[in-house]
Design a binder for this molecule. Structure first.
Ligand code: ZN
Length: 135
């Protein structure tokens, strides 16, 4: 299936601030006014204390690789030119974990390696937060 387009996220009301932040190269997450903790994925209540009082705050955009896999197989035709690529769980310094891509060569990626967010324009409306190793 040549010319297939990559599936892109469709922001829901709960995640709109995350995707709008990414367009401005900011990694924004919900942060609880009651207990001060961040969380992800977005929801209308803090999963730590169940408060519904929260704001969207910018994170440092840094963390460590909690776990990762290297995709060698083409599961979707639009990713054929990308294999091998890395899908990782990044644990941000603020605590939450995100499923994302590490843009470095797969043989350089290790668990616990420090990473920093890099924003990749997927199309005119969607910017994807991906991560790169901190040298
Ligand atoms: Zn809380």
């Amino acid at each position: 299936m040549a010319g297939a387009e990559k599936p892109l996220p469709r922001p829901a009301p709960e995640s709109r601030a995350f995707w709008e932040g990414a367009k401005e190269k900011k990694l924004m997450l919900p942060c609880c006014d009651a207990c001060g903790k961040f969380w992800f994925p977005p929801s209308q209540r803090c999963p730590h204390c169940l408060s519904s009082n929260f704001d969207w705050r910018e994170t440092k955009g840094e963390g460590r690789i909690y776990s990762f896999v290297v995709y060698h197989r083409v599961y979707h035709p639009a990713f054929e030119a990308d294999v091998p690529y890395v899908v990782a769980i990044v644990e941000l310094d603020e605590g939450p974990r995100l499923i994302t891509n590490i843009i470095d060569a797969p043989d350089r990626v290790r668990c616990d390696a420090r990473v920093r967010v890099r924003f990749e324009e997927a199309d005119a409306d969607v910017v994807l937060p991906k991560f790169a190793l901190i040298e």
